[in-house]
Structures are given as C-alpha cells and as structure tokens.
Design a protein around this ligand. Structure first.
Ligand SMILES: Cc1cc2nc3c(=O)[nH]c(=O)nc-3n(C[C@H](O)[C@H](O)[C@H](O)COP(=O)(O)OP(=O)(O)OC[C@H]3O[C@@H](n4cnc5c(N)ncnc54)[C@H](O)[C@@H]3O)c2cc1C
Length: 440
C-alpha cells in the first residue's frame, strides 16, 4: 500500500497547484533512443536531468506516475541542513575531519543550490522561515543545543541564536512541550510540490523528454547500451541514472538489493487558523521547527495560516496503520499545541524516504555497471540534499570533475543491510528503542 495512491489521497500540496502548474506529461508508447535516461521524476532525477540538458545532453526521464508523485511532492518542505542520520561529531569520528568538514560545506551549498534554482528558474514556492529552529523536548537536551551553537560558530563561523524556555514565548514559539530553542540561520521552508513541478517545467523547457505513467519494469544491457522497458515502450540509452530513492525496487537494477531501507514519514495539516487561535496558543512564528527526538516531530506555521505537523514512527502501511499513525500524530499535536485541540486537521498523508546502512547519503557510479549512476538515501532530508546529489550525479555522468564539496563517504557504494529483503523487519525493534530513548 505504501507504493500506491492511498497514502497520498489527502496530500494538501495537491490543492495548492493549478492545472497549469501541473501539466500532463506524455506517456511512452514505442521505442525511444537518447543519450541518458533518468529513472524517477523527483528532485534527484529532475535536477540531474536539468543539469544534463543544460549541458547539451539528450535526456529522457521516466517517471512511474507523474513528476513529484514520490516524496518530492509530499514532503514537509524543510529546505535545511541535513542528509545524513549521523551528527557532525559522529561523522568526524568515523570519517575524519576533512570529510566531515566537506559534508558541512555540502549541506550549506545544497541549501544555496535550491535557493539559486528557485531564483534562476522563477519558481514561486511560497518560501518562508529564516533558517531552522531546533526545540529541546526535555531539559537535558538544552546543553546539546548550546553545544551545537558552539560547534557551528567554531567550525563554520555561523552564529546561532539560543532562546530559553521563557524567551521562546517572546519569539512566538509558545508551547508547554519545549525547554529551549536554537535557531540556525541557514535554510528556509517551501511548498515542495511547487518546487518539484517548477523543476519539471524547467527541465522540459531545457529539452528533457519527460514521460509520465512510465514505470520501468526491466533494465538490461544490450551491447554498449542500457535498455529500459515499460508496459508500452522501451528506451535505449548510453547512460543510466537511478533516482528512485524510497520508491526503489530491489531488482531495478539488481545492485539495489538490500542497499536502502524505505521508511515512512507522515504529515498532518490543519485548516487555516484564525488570528485569535494563533494568539491563544502564542505560536505566531513562521520558523520551521523540529524537536530533539530521534523519532522527531517537524512543524511550521505556513503563510496560509495552516499548521503543518510531521512525524516519523509508522512501521506498517495499511488502512489500520494509517489511522493509527494519524491518531498518534493528532495526540502529539494536541499535546504540543493545547490551544488548538479543537482545530480540525483535514489533511493527513505519508510517503517513503530512504535510509542507508552507513547512515550517509550516496551519489556515485553503480559498481560493476558501466555508465550507470545512482543518488539516494537522504534520511528524510532530501529537499536540499536530493537537489545537490542529483546535480553531482549528473556531473559524474558527464565525466566532469565535481568542484562542489563532495565527501569521500558520499561516493562509497551503499552497503547492504542485514536480512536482505526482510530488512524492514528490523524497524519495529529500532523504533521501540528510539521511543524508549526519546522518553527518558
Ligand atoms: C512525509 C515526508 C516528509 C518529508 N519532509 C522533508 C522535509 O521537510 N525536508 C526534506 O529535506 N526532506 C523531507 N522529506 C524527504 C524528501 O522528500 C526526499 O528525500 C526527497 O524528495 C527525495 O527525492 P527523490 O527525487 O530522490 O525521490 P522521490 O521524490 O521519492 O522520487 C522518486 C520517484 O521515482 C519514481 N519511481 C520509482 N520507481 C520507478 C520506476 N521503476 N520507474 C519509473 N519511476 C520510478 C517514483 O514514482 C518517484 O516519483 C520528506 C519525505 C516525506 C515522505
């Protein structure tokens, strides 16, 4: 069910775009030849395709549904620092100072890349929020936030602002749940579907041939070419770029088997809040926020006065599981924003992100496959990092030197998870453990 239409039936973003902004792309009937074929029409695939087309390459994008159907058209729109599930300290310990530093620079440049694309391509994506704000969900997390502020200053010369629990209300961040807040002045929030559709439009105008309802069913090698088959067509190409992230399949190509872990993320959106309701809660800030939990909550008051509230933690996809996650989201929302207990939340949906065993993102050649590349596994932080990794994948495919910060660990082939095709069975235990750690 996670791969079908059900989890996205109530996707609020769909109501924010006009038919003009979401044109129907052609379907694939019959054979097509091109230089490079990209599988997946989310940020990763579209940014790779755009980059290549602007470099004069003949590109085809095959998207199983329509551009932005996957996580890119249904996420929380936090364009912020991220991409790995390890913090800077852990990265430094594991991969050394130089690589950790390169990743910090990559994260910042990824945010700038999105900013630059919105500007250059004229995409109006309802941007707001000045950086991101992290909220301590227990008093003992305040020291960690202060430590983050010191590290950001020392390592990257970024000045963060800390607010005590008492100061949070003055900042329009009043909630009984939190014990302090740290604002990192990098990043912004956007309407994720408008960004995805804007990229698709730009790619099409740059000459990319975009096919919708074109699910790739098989990938084979014919001589020096890749041959991709769909239900009604076939594409032959010199180069293959995989950009399927959480919606990947273990046999497309076989190298994928066991190398990514799809995980659900879920979002609740309220009806527009009135000024009186906003004042009653004391949450007037337009900052995008998330808390210090391992199974984190992320939320933001959007320009249209609706509150978006996201959370992780679901391990199954069924009607019952969706209802259960929705109830859990609602209970958490009510606890964090008690003045909004009566406010309806008409939208709830979920989608798949991808995790890597090493907990770092990947962009690089697929080992053992000639002229084949992949970019994926942003650990729920792919607005900026997917844009960045897709662009790097295109540079690699062209044989260009990557001049942007590109840590060694991002190029290392994805390692296999234990349990192979049964790897998802690891999730319930991992989530129970995280929940226990979060509650201490
Ligand atoms: C609910 C939710 C909230 C999130 N919130 C945030 C956030 O606030 N900030 C942030 O940075 N990140 C967030 N993320 C993560 C972010 O959305 C993803 O990391 C990012 O969109 C990944 O982009 P992508 O292009 O790699 O993959 P996707 O956007 O998932 O695109 C993959 C595409 O591949 C297509 N596909 C798969 N198989 C085939 C096939 N065989 N043939 C053809 N096409 C195929 C799929 O249809 C899909 O459209 C969130 C994700 C979810 C689900």
């Amino acid at each position: 069910m996670a791969y079908g239409p059900r989890p996205v039936e109530e996707n609020y973003w769909r109501t924010t775009v006009t038919a003009d902004a979401a044109p129907k792309y052609q379907s694939l009937d019959g054979p097509v030849r091109c230089d490079t074929v990209v599988v997946g029409g989310g940020y990763t695939g579209l940014c790779a395709a755009l980059y290549l087309a602007e470099a004069g390459v003949d590109v085809v994008v095959l998207e199983a549904e329509e551009p932005g159907w996957g996580a890119s058209g249904r996420n929380g729109g936090f364009c912020c620092l991220g991409g790995a599930a390890l913090d800077d300290r852990a990265l430094r310990r594991r991969y050394g100072e130089a690589d950790a530093h390169a990743f910090s620079s990559a994260k910042r440049q990824a945010v700038d890349l999105v900013d630059g694309l919105l500007d250059r391509l004229g995409i109006d994506a309802d941007v707001h929020s000045e950086g991101e704000t992290i909220l301590a969900h227990r008093a003992s997390d305040v020291a960690g936030l202060r430590q983050t502020a010191r590290a950001m200053q020392a390592d990257q010369n970024v000045r963060c602002e800390f607010h005590s629990a008492a100061e949070m209300a003055e900042q329009g961040l009043a909630s009984p749940e939190f014990h302090g807040a740290l604002t990192i002045p990098i990043g912004f929030a956007l309407n994720p579907l408008k960004y995805a559709l804007g990229l698709a439009r730009a790619a099409a105008s740059a000459g990319v041939r975009l096919f919708a309802n074109a699910r790739v069913l098989g990938i084979t090698r014919h001589g020096a070419e890749w041959c991709l088959s769909t239900a009604d067509g076939r594409v032959q190409a010199k180069r293959l770029l995989m950009a399927t992230n959480g919606y990947s399949a273990d046999d497309l190509p076989n190298w994928m088997a066991g190398r990514y872990l799809p995980v659900q993320s879920n979002i609740l959106v309220t009806r527009p809040l009135t000024d009186a309701e906003i004042a009653a809660q004391g949450w007037t800030s337009a900052q995008m926020c998330y808390d210090t939990r391992r199974l984190l909550h992320y939320f933001r008051l959007m320009p249209d006065r609706r509150m978006l509230f996201g959370l992780r933690g679901a391990v199954r996809a069924s009607d019952a599981a969706l209802a259960e996650t929705r109830a859990m989201a609602r209970a958490d929302f009510d606890r964090i924003f008690p003045a909004w207990r009566h406010v309806e939340t008409p939208y709830f949906w979920s989608g798949l992100v991808a995790m890597a065993r090493d907990r770092t993102p990947f962009a690089g050649p697929i080992p053992g496959l000639e002229n084949a590349f992949a970019a994926m596994c942003y650990h729920g932080n792919g607005v900026a990092m997917g844009t960045y990794a897709g662009t790097i994948m295109a540079e690699l495919a062209l044989g260009r030197a990557v001049e942007r910060p590109f840590p060694e660990f991002m190029r290392r082939p994805l390692a296999r998870f234990p349990l192979g095709r049964y790897r998802r069975l690891l999730l319930p235990a991992a989530y129970s453990w995280y929940r226990f750690l979060d509650s201490r």
